[in-house]
Design a protein around this ligand. Structure first.
Ligand code: C2O
Ligand code: CU
Ligand code: CU
Length: 564
């Protein structure tokens, strides 16, 4: 049995009173400053009559977590305490931080442990978010509520006449569509998701003042895309995308938002005091093949995906307009921030990535990049620091995939050769790729060389990601003459597994001098040295998997080994 919420469609502007109970959404409290603590814990919420739903959340919350408000260029130290009863990782989605601080799948926090990333905030003013990234369990953990938003402010944004009073005229709107089972528990693989949560609230309502308000939309769903709009096709202005404000507001009646994506919009409700409108998804306009569009006919071996939200227009959040505040923003600026996108001719390389599946009929995965499933032991790309790259994403599957890359923000160049819609021309870290489509983006891999800890790229449909639609890259330092070679060429390391020693042989040169680093599963360097002998003593390492990085004669070799 699948739990369903019956949705009422509101097509006109309606009066305040409503036929079913509305719950005011919480605007999460903020954390600021240079030292922030996040306590990730187990909790539960009474979403439905009967059993409570088990959740994961942060600090005082039963679901989701506080909003981090950060300033560009500030130093930041975050203490993450994990008490969920399971291993996790916490990732700062969209933020430009070094790989060791990024919270990807290699940076595990065991139950009862603490993780303390430290970095300088380098992003532009925009909204980012944090969520778990423990490989294989990202969907399970995120869908139980382990997420929160990050708002970065900067000097450029501060000079613009924009609403920025958090919770007064500037709101984080975290939209999730979740499937709950008959025991009221969130289902990570739920493709019949039908419960809509806004900031963790069912039947959500928000009171907004009769002026220009700023809504920071985040789609934190596991798989569903939304085609956001308002009652009666009311116009709004998109002012920002994943990683920055746009060059100018884009006036529209729709913005398509895939899992992981964010858009900031301005909505002018001046003169509407006492009225209500809804944030909606006009999902009837979403094409078949994109999750949220009409249900696809069942393919071979696929489960049904007949959510009542598929392919129909529905309300998401009731907005009740209340009197304007003093000092209200009443106009929408004509320009925002300057962008200088990288030019195609600057690119050092184009990387083609095909989205694939075992066969063409597969609708629920597993899906792959270039036919190979994710492997934590395999580095897919070694990218020279400061490379400007075009990534060319071709979707050869039947369903749409929102592609996300860590470390960088990018500019979308084109979709099948056509320029993207105006609101997609700013900085982004997630881009939707429709079936049979090729999307190209351009980016630059600045700042964070680390030959050991990789960054991820993956589909942000969480079940696809968990099932292996993910890859990883390292940024190699710009050292003249340094080339990166897979460990299999020109080097032998044995035995693997080992108890005491690893013998290292470079071709037929038994006495080479080399540098090495051994990195544990937490991404920490546990042993390093320069050696002139043909073996590495690993006797003192605790049992487990390690990454061995060797540099010899301007070549870099990377491999995993098992210490018994
Ligand atoms: Cu929001 Cu790698 O993820
Ligand atoms: Cu990310
Ligand atoms: Cu996908």
């Amino acid at each position: 049995m699948i739990r369903r919420i019956v949705l009422s469609a509101a097509l006109g502007i309606c009066a305040f009173s409503s036929t079913y109970a509305q719950n005011a959404i919480p605007i999460p409290d903020t954390l600021t400053g240079n030292a922030i603590t996040l306590n990730m814990h187990r909790d539960s919420v009474q979403f439905f009559p009967g059993a409570k739903s088990q959740t994961y959340s942060f600090n005082q919350y039963h679901y989701l977590g506080p909003t981090l408000i950060l300033n560009k260029n500030q130093p930041l130290s975050i203490t993450v305490n994990n008490t969920i009863g399971d291993t996790t990782t916490i990732h700062w989605h969209g933020m430009h931080v070094s790989a060791i601080n990024d919270g990807g799948p290699h940076t595990m926090i065991k139950d009862g442990d603490t993780w303390n990333p430290q970095f300088t905030v380098l992003n532009h003013a925009a909204m980012f978010w944090y969520h778990p990234h423990f490989h294989g369990k990202t969907a399970k953990q995120a869908i139980k509520g382990a997420a929160g938003v990050i708002i970065v402010r900067d000097n450029e944004e501060a000079t613009l006449a924009l609403p920025r009073k958090y919770g007064v005229d500037d709101y984080p709107i975290i939209v999730q569509s979740v499937q709950f089972d008959a025991q009221n528990q969130a289902m990570p693989l739920g493709m019949q998701d039908s419960t809509l949560l806004v900031n963790g609230t069912i039947n959500p309502m928000l009171a907004i003042p009769a002026q220009v308000v700023r809504l920071r939309l985040l789609n934190a769903s596991g798989e569903r895309s939304f085609n956001f709009g308002f009652t009666g096709n009311k116009q709004f202005s998109v002012i920002g995308s994943d990683g920055a404000l746009l060059t100018a507001p884009v006036t529209t009646t729709r913005v398509r938002v895939a899992p992981g994506e964010r858009y900031e919009i301005l909505l002018d409700v001046s003169g509407m005091n006492g009225q209500s409108i809804y944030l909606m998804s006009y999902a009837s306009e979403i094409p078949m093949g994109t999750q949220g569009g009409p249900t696809m006919p069942m393919g071979m071996g696929n489960p049904p995906m007949d959510s009542p939200l598929n392919g129909v227009d529905f309300n998401i959040l009731q907005l009740n307009v209340v009197p304007a505040t003093t000092g209200a923003i009443t106009t929408i600026p004509t320009t925002l921030v300057a962008h200088t996108p990288w030019q195609e001719q600057q690119a050092n390389i184009t990387r083609p990535i095909r989205f694939t599946a075992a066969n063409m009929m597969v609708m629920d995965g597993p899906f792959f990049f270039n036919d190979s499933t994710f492997n934590m032991m395999r580095i897919d790309y070694q990218i020279p620091q400061d490379n400007i790259e075009i990534w060319s994403l071709t979707n050869q599957t039947m369903v749409a995939h929102p592609f996300h890359i860590h470390d960088v923000q990018f500019y979308v160049l084109d979709r099948d050769g056509n320029p993207p819609p105006a609101y997609e021309r700013g900085l982004k870290d997630v881009v939707m790729v429709a079936p049979n489509q090729t999307v190209r983006f351009i980016t630059k891999f600045e700042d964070f060389a680390d030959t050991i800890v990789p960054f991820m790229f993956h589909c942000h449909i969480l079940m696809h990601e968990d099932a292996g639609m993910m890859g990883q890259f390292v940024i190699v330092p710009k050292v003249t003459g340094l080339t990166v070679t897979p460990i299999t060429s020109g080097i032998k390391i044995y035995p693997n597994p080992t108890n005491n020693n690893l013998t290292v042989r470079f071709g037929d040169n038994p006495a080479a001098t080399f540098n090495y680093r051994i990195v544990n599963a937490m991404g920490q360097t546990v042993q390093s040295a320069t050696l002139q002998q043909s073996y590495i003593d690993v006797a003192s390492l605790p049992a487990g998997f390690y990454q061995l990085v060797i540099e010899q004669d301007h070549k870099l070799y990377v491999s995993k080994f098992l210490k018994q």
